[in-house]
Design a binder for this molecule. Structure first.
Ligand SMILES: Cc1cc2nc3c(=O)[nH]c(=O)nc-3n(C[C@H](O)[C@H](O)[C@H](O)COP(=O)(O)OP(=O)(O)OC[C@H]3O[C@@H](n4cnc5c(N)ncnc54)[C@H](O)[C@@H]3O)c2cc1C
Length: 317
């Protein structure tokens, strides 16, 4: 390993690289500066059959306390390169996988379409992987294409169109296919009124005020878009309201109705401010979080006959 990755650090605690501050040690960790270095690291790992995992901002990933007996690839913190080409009323934006989403929101002065992303931590690649979104919009709305590395019999670099990315609510083909590595992406945004954009960003930040402060991964479960048993809808008329107004039932509502707000296992707590957030009060373990997640799923199933699906990703050996 030392021969092929001389800059790799050994036995690195991963909790420092997650917004949840949870996670065991990685046997090896390397920091890459740009997509060329990412490509090189991934190719070497594939060729040498070394298991690897790419961590963006670590803001959507529950890292196991058991750590990872392989190579974790993270991005160096540095000012990203963002190339903007204006064409009529639109701009095409090209940038690396590692570009923080928040940087894009702030940097793309005069372009509209990413205002929803204000306040979301993490990288563009992490957002593409899980089709991050808020307020009825998501990253898929702005993606034109994604440059990827794909491992098969040989390693190929290719450009996937938005359609080929298989975006859906909080998912994409990247989520289920670890043999696809995102190198960079091209976004298409419309030009907009600067003052209106600023106003929208301010409004969206305001809406995030109910989010619990502290260490978390944001929403743990996806909102529920499926059918609900009519007897249950009759008992909880709010469900019909949500379905009519939003098109889904918020996971937070279901969890709150189960009386789970404030439930604690170890230092992991179902937030009393927002039931779909689990917060790490100080020294929570991944096991504590998994137990809380199982409890939530069990109680929601029992009360509402609904199977909640995880929004967060679980990285375990
Ligand atoms: C306070 C808070 C609020 C949040 N609010 C929202 C919200 O409103 N909406 C929302 O959707 N999310 C929200 N999130 C969750 C999270 O911030 C987003 O999903 C974010 O886009 C994840 O990006 P990341 O870089 O941190 O991903 P990570 O957690 O680092 O990675 C996510 C997945 O992407 C994979 N990945 C990373 N880089 C690559 C690559 N180059 N190629 C292939 N796969 C890769 C990882 O292996 C992992 O499986 C919130 C989180 C927090 C803490």
């Amino acid at each position: 390993m030392e021969k092929y990755f001389p800059k790799a650090e050994k036995d690195v605690a991963l909790n420092a690289y997650s917004t949840f501050r949870i996670g065991g040690k990685a046997r090896y960790l390397i920091r890459v500066s740009d997509k060329e270095e990412l490509e090189e690291a991934v190719k070497k790992s594939w060729e040498l059959k070394i298991p690897f995992y790419i961590l963006g901002g670590g803001s959507n990933t529950l890292i196991s306390d058991k750590g990872f007996d392989g190579l974790v690839i993270i991005f160096k913190k540095q000012k990203p390169d963002v190339f903007v080409e204006e064409k009529g009323d639109f701009g095409t934006i090209e940038t690396d996988a590692s570009t923080p989403l928040s940087f894009l929101v702030g940097h793309l002065d005069g372009f509209t379409g990413l205002e929803w992303a204000i306040g979301i931590p993490g990288t563009l690649a992490g957002a593409i992987n899980g089709n991050a979104g808020a307020f009825d919009e998501s990253i898929a709305d702005s993606i034109e294409s994604v440059e990827v590395l794909e491992a098969g019999k040989e390693i190929k670099k290719k450009e996937l169109s938005k359609k080929e990315c298989g975006f859906d609510y909080r998912t994409s083909i990247f989520k289920s296919n670890p043999r696809l590595v995102i190198l960079s992406a091209r976004l298409k945004l419309k030009k907009g009124d600067k003052e209106k954009i600023k106003e929208k960003i301010k409004e969206n930040l305001e809406k995030r005020r109910d989010h619990p402060p502290g260490f978390s991964l944001g929403s743990v479960f996806k909102n529920y878009y499926g059918e609900v048993d009519q007897a249950i809808v009759k008992k909880y008329p709010q469900i019909k309201n949500f379905q009519e107004k939003k098109g889904f039932v918020p996971a937070g509502f279901l969890i709150e109705e189960c009386g789970l707000k404030g439930t604690r296992i170890g230092d992991a707590e179902i937030s009393s401010r927002h039931a779909n957030f689990i917060v790490n009060l100080e020294k929570a373990k991944s096991e504590n979080v998994l137990k809380l997640m199982n409890l939530i799923k069990k109680e929601v199933k029992k009360k509402f006959l609904i199977d909640l699906e995880e929004e967060i990703q679980i990285f375990s050996p």
